[in-house]
Design a protein around this ligand. Structure first.
Ligand code: GLA
Length: 706
């Protein structure tokens, strides 16, 4: 028991908390939708900011910090996400006045505030008094205080505490004019394997399957005598189990984080103005697959992620693909909630980005559809686990070298904001993604070199190198706006998804499937047809056999010649109008002279299957064939290697963002006279970009009559 506090007093506090938390969980008024930040008149269209932790510093320092931010044109801070012990220093004793004072000071410096709810880092009093709120790992070890993320995401008690502190924050700041939005927790990462969570999993399965017979059938539990006679026999494991169980565990994890988040969304919405958005920070690994990001962001107003390079230099294609992937979560503008001011502290070698690279990264984010970029962090705490991380000011409170580059970004954002207002990337081409498919392949990769991100990038890179905007979308998204849809790895293909894809093709779409497509159903069972399962009739062909490769296999045909590595599928055609585009050369005998890529007209469109991972050159030829066949229009002129073009369209404007990621200067002849919005020049017909150079080009309207 806490020293000096009477038991009755504690009881009273707990009861009051539970009452308040329950009130926060009461149904939120229907039809309330949060406006995007950029639609609030007082909020700039482009935001640049930082994570700021006033609780780590004397209050007398805050004004100096905020003045330095304002001088660097920073206009947003994220605060509070680890400050629970400062907000509620003892159970039931709240102190939010300091936060109110910090917000008022931010406002004085024209800096908007996003409040992070502190639920990623519970205070010591909470977990020591209620150890059931601590999570347990797969080996049965219970987490302890002293780090973060030690909480149990499924704990009803922890959720009540979360609803309570979040509701109190929202009650206090939900109408604050300077608070533009909320971040729930921070990076949902660690699930729990404690007995109570296992029971929740079993109940969840019962709701999903209804009967054990259905579960046993879908998981084919006759295999290895796995048959379950009681729900409580089902284990909770994340690795090594039946693929059906493993896939359902991922769904359960997704649903559990979603309900964890829902508790806080409801607590905020009970009090907050609709103009305040709600997001969470999905984290540094947008590609991570602990849970389904499409499902988690479904309940949020805005998607946001952390864009970290870690060791080495920016991989512009990979990073651009991650931005496009994040933009696809909600099919709209997103935020980069954290990025590195030069370096991080968690990579094997924590190298620093080259001079100018931080600026290119910021503009790349905007080019791919972000409306805000925030650095992590402003200044390190003098102690704590992240002392070596990059910051904008040093332990002395004075600017670090990177501060001037960030200040340049800030002044450029200010200059460009109105031109970019309500513009977004608009694509003719979509790449389809699915978490079920990724999980299914990861459970049984069959070739340990099979890297699904790499496969996605193999398809993405040649499209981007032609300057095309690419949307990366959930496979279930509406597809009618796209001339070309490619699906590099839809391993799990339910009948519903097959119907959706077939309808797209019949109405005139061009669909290209990649290797491993259509092998599994939605329970991670093998489809009884061969690949691509329910799409075999539409394709007029199928996969006869798949082969994991440990060397290169020649491939050639109408689209050129090259090699397949890692994976090859022996295709066959069944329909008379199916055509072979590529064949394997001499290899293991089975593959020799067999089809590697086939295509067929269907309705007003075409369906194509590529059953191999091809080398870059041949993949470029395949890309040419795909975009020509789908009549995808070029969006810009051909560009020198290492120069990236992004296009944002809207409000009657088209803006191109050119980025030189290379070490050498690059000259580009423009398709029309364009004005660089970052410099005071008259419209130009060519532009030269220095290494790490950026241009923000707007096409000039032609005089009438021409
Ligand atoms: C994550 C977290 C931050 C911080 C950074 C360091 O993204 O959200 O709190 O730890 O990493 O890079």
């Amino acid at each position: 028991m806490r020293k000096g506090r009477h038991p009755a007093c504690l009881l009273f506090h707990f009861a009051a908390r539970m009452f308040f938390a329950a009130a926060c969980l009461a149904v939120v008024a229907a039809g309330r939708t949060a406006a995007h930040a950029q639609e609030v008149p007082s909020v700039p269209d482009l935001l640049l900011g930082s994570a700021w932790y006033p609780e780590q510093w004397p209050e007398s320092r805050w004004d100096a910090d905020l003045a330095l931010m304002e001088a660097a044109h920073l206009n947003v801070v994220r605060v509070g996400e680890f400050a629970w012990s400062r907000m509620e220093p003892a159970e039931g004793q709240y102190d939010l006045d300091w936060l109110a004072r910090a917000i008022r000071l931010a406002e004085k410096h024209h800096i908007a505030v996003v409040i992070g709810t502190p639920t990623d880092a519970p205070p010591a009093w909470l977990t020591s008094k209620y150890p059931d709120t601590l999570r347990m790992d797969e080996n049965g070890h219970q987490a302890q205080h002293g780090g973060r993320r030690q909480f149990n995401y499924g704990s009803p008690r922890y959720r009540l505490f979360c609803a309570d502190i979040t509701g109190r924050l929202a009650q206090r700041f939900g109408h604050d004019t300077d608070v533009i939005g909320w971040q729930i927790g921070n990076e949902y990462t660690d699930e729990s394997f404690d007995p109570a969570t296992r029971a929740q999993f079993q109940q969840w399965l019962q709701r999903r399957y209804g009967t054990l017979d259905a579960l046993n059938q879908h998981w084919a539990t006759a295999y290895w005598s796995q048959t379950y006679d009681r729900w409580d026999e089902i284990p909770l494991v994340a690795t090594g189990g039946n693929p059906g169980l493993l896939l359902e565990h991922r769904h359960f994890v997704t649903d559990t984080w979603r309900s964890f988040q829902r508790v806080q969304i409801d607590a905020i919405r009970k009090w907050a103005d609709p103009r305040q958005f709600i997001t969470t920070n999905i984290g540094g690994l947008a590609w991570s697959d602990h849970f389904d990001h499409y499902e988690i962001t479904r309940d949020l107003d805005l998607a946001s992620w952390d864009d970290y390079v870690g060791q080495g230099q920016l991989d512009s294609i990979r990073n651009g693909a991650m931005h496009d992937f994040v933009r696809g979560w909600k099919r709209g503008p997103f935020w980069v909630m954290e990025t590195q001011p030069g370096s991080v502290n968690w990579a094997p070698i924590n190298t620093t980005l080259s001079r100018g690279e931080t600026r290119v990264m910021a503009w790349q984010a905007i080019g791919h559809g972000a409306n805000a970029v925030l650095y992590w962090q402003w200044r390190s705490a003098l102690n704590g686990q992240e002392q070596y991380h990059g910051t904008l000011v040093g332990p002395d409170g004075e600017p670090m070298p990177i501060y001037s580059e960030v200040s340049q970004i800030g002044s450029e954002f200010e200059r460009a904001a109105s031109a970019l207002r309500r513009t977004q990337p608009v694509a003719q081409v979509a790449i389809l993604e699915s978490y079920d498919s990724r999980w299914a392949i990861d459970f049984q990769p069959h070739n340990h070199n099979y890297d699904e991100l790499q496969v996605l990038l193999d398809w993405y890179r040649p499209l981007r190198e032609r300057g095309l905007t690419v949307d990366v979308l959930n496979a279930t998204a509406p597809l009618n706006d796209y001339k070309l849809v490619v699906a590099p790895g839809l391993n799990v293909l339910s009948p519903e998804l097959a119907t959706h894809l077939k309808a797209y093709v019949e109405q005139g779409g061009h669909l290209v499937l990649g290797p491993r497509s259509g092998m599994k159903d939605e329970y991670d069972s093998l489809n009884p047809q061969r690949q691509p399962g329910p799409l075999v009739p539409a394709l007029g062909g199928r996969v006869e056999q798949y082969y994991a490769l440990d060397g290169a296999v020649p491939v050639s045909g109408a689209l050129g010649s090259g090699a397949a590595t890692i994976w090859a599928e022996q295709l066959s055609t069944q329909a008379s109008d199916a055509r072979v585009l590529l064949r394997f050369g001499k290899s293991n005998g089975w593959l020799d002279d067999q089809p590697a890529m086939i295509t067929r007209p269907l309705g007003k469109g075409t369906v194509t299957y590529l059953g191999a991972i091809l080398d870059d050159l041949l993949m470029q030829n395949v890309t040419t064939w795909m975009i020509d066949g789908a009549r995808v229009q070029p969006e810009f002129v051909a560009l020198p290697e290492d120069v990236e073009v992004c296009r944002r369209v809207g409000s009657g404007r088209t803006i191109y963002i050119l980025l030189n990621h290379g070490a050498q200067p690059a000259s580009i002849t423009l398709p029309a006279p364009m004005r660089d919005l970052l410099v005071d020049h008259p419209p130009q017909t060519s532009v030269t970009l220095a290494s790490q150079g950026v241009a923000l080009l707007e096409e000039q309207a032609q005089p009438a009559g021409r």
